[in-house]
Design a protein around this ligand. Structure first.
Ligand SMILES: [Zn+2]
Length: 348
């Protein structure tokens, strides 16, 4: 714990008291494990020589999604605060317990999903406490943009895509987010419904970090980037370059070298998981990103005696956002992540 500021929001304190052109590293203490080991949210704060916008990158809310963390560390370490306008805040993991246990959700309180818990509860279960502290740190700073970084699960494959949600009466309009999402070259930008029963992973999606920020008027979105439990050199370099492009788009950095951005994407207004009715071995011939026509086979499930037990099709055309790679499926498992309504979108 950063003992110098026990009673204030630490990141806000660092920003207010750090001198221009300085870099700060530390941990925000949340409590202790039974052994006495600290539970803490780690941060890097880079304060530019000149004033400017504030970008907050949260590297992880789900414990297995690690690529954006490595990219964020490398990006922050590559920044020269003397050439930066404004401040970059990087919180590596909102859920250090899940990171340590190498699990997507928090094992200590029976598999809670941190990204359904915001704004959290200060005296509640540990996942609620993590959400509470990160919420209050973010709201004290009110960054100009918050990136909530995710990765595709290990059992799926997808290309990079962006996700945003819209709280009621949200003061931030989607097209204000697109210009920053564009920096990640997303093959699709999805509007995610937070209504129960909409085919998303079960849970309270109005409790997501980016939703919490948007509900307070802070521009925020999710990027699904890389694959969980992997951080390949290519993905890490790409992620760090994308963070640099976002800074350039915010006017915080001069674009140098890799300033490329996507020209077009798909805007997805309705999507859902496709859940298997059968159990067995899943197989699909498709790659993510393709259009699958109504009635066309998405994939099959064969039981372990070799009998075909299900052929998965959809009654309308769908766009394949992600496709399952792990063949082992039980009834109810997701085999694909599908867009049901989408339009082509040119960024310029
Ligand atoms: Zn995630």
């Amino acid at each position: 714990m950063d003992e110098a500021y026990p009673d204030s929001m630490i990141i806000d304190h660092v920003l207010r008291n750090g001198r221009p052109g300085s870099v700060h590293r530390g941990r925000i203490g949340l409590g202790a494990r039974a052994t006495g080991a600290e539970i803490a949210i780690s941060y890097i704060v880079v304060i530019g020589q000149e004033p400017g916008p504030t970008l907050w990158i949260n590297g992880q809310v789900h414990g297995t999604e690690v690529c954006a963390i490595v990219a964020g560390i490398n990006f922050c370490n590559s920044l020269d605060p003397k050439t930066l306008k404004g401040c970059v805040i990087f919180t590596a993991s909102g859920n250090p317990l899940a990171l340590e246990s190498r699990t997507w959700s928090t094992q200590q309180d029976f598999g809670q999903n941190l990204d359904t818990m915001f704004p959290g509860r200060p005296n509640g279960f540990v996942t609620e406490r993590m959400a509470d502290r990160l919420s209050r740190e973010v709201l004290a700073v009110r960054p100009d943009l918050l990136l909530s970084m995710h990765a595709q699960g290990t059992d799926f494959e997808s290309m990079v895509y962006g996700v945003y949600k819209l709280p009621p009466d949200c003061s931030v309009k989607p097209n204000e987010l697109y210009r920053y999402m564009r920096c990640f070259e997303p093959f699709a930008i999805c509007h995610q419904s937070v209504k129960p029963g909409s085919g998303e992973h079960p849970g309270n999606h109005a409790g997501a970090l980016d939703y919490m920020a948007l509900a307070h008027g802070i521009p925020a979105f999710m990027i699904e980037f890389g694959v969980a439990q992997r951080a390949t050199p290519e993905q890490v370099r790409f992620g760090a370059a994308c963070y640099g492009r976002v800074c350039a788009e915010l006017g915080m950095l001069q674009v140098k070298g890799d300033g490329s951005k996507a020209d077009k994407t798909w805007l997805v207004s309705a999507r859902s998981h496709c859940n298997s009715d059968a159990g067995g071995m899943w197989q699909s011939a498709h790659n993510p990103g393709v259009l699958i026509k109504a009635g066309e086979e998405i994939g099959t499930v064969t039981d372990l005696t070799g009998v075909l037990v299900d052929t998965v099709t959809m009654p309308k055309d769908v766009l394949l956002i992600a496709i399952r790679q792990d063949p082992v499926v039980h009834t109810g498992d997701s085999v694909a992540y599908l867009a049901h309504d989408w339009t082509s979108f040119n960024f310029d």
